[in-house]
Design a protein. Structure first.
Length: 113
C-alpha cells in the first residue's frame, strides 16, 4: 500500500546517502511498479513467494566516480550492467529472469513516453 511504499522510498534514500556519502536531499525516488513472483529455491528445496517493488532513483549531481562502468567505494566494488549483460549471466538468468524482464519492460515503456 501507499504508506508502505512511502516508507520504502525514505529508507532507500537514507541507505543510499549513507553508503555513497551523498546528501539525502539530492536523492529522488519514484515508485513505478510492484509484482509478485513464485520461485523454487534449490538450496531450501521449497517454493518461495516474493514481492518486488521497482523504483526509479535520480541523484542530483552524481559524483563522477559513480558514473564509471565500475568503481570502488568504501572497499566495496560496484559495477553497472546492461540488460544484455544481465541476460548473458547464467546465475542472474536462472534466479532472476522474471525481475530483469519486468525492469526491462518498464524501461522500454518509459523510453517510449
Amino acid at each position: 500500500d501507499k504508506v508502505e511504499i512511502d516508507k520504502c522510498t525514505v529508507n532507500i534514500a537514507k541507505v543510499l546517502a549513507d553508503i555513497f556519502d551523498i546528501p539525502e536531499s539530492t536523492i529522488h525516488i519514484t515508485s513505478k511498479q510492484n509484482f509478485d513472483s513464485k520461485k523454487y529455491s534449490e538450496s531450501d528445496k521449497t517454493t518461495k513467494y516474493y514481492s518486488f517493488y521497482i523504483f526509479i532513483v535520480q541523484i542530483d549531481n552524481l559524483p563522477d566516480q559513480f558514473r564509471k562502468s565500475s568503481f570502488k567505494h568504501k572497499n566495496k566494488k560496484y559495477y553497472w550492467m546492461t540488460f544484455d549483460e544481465m541476460l548473458s549471466n547464467r546465475k542472474i538468468k536462472k534466479m532472476n529472469l522474471d525481475v530483469v524482464d519486468q525492469v526491462r519492460t518498464l524501461n522500454n515503456t518509459l523510453l517510449k513516453d
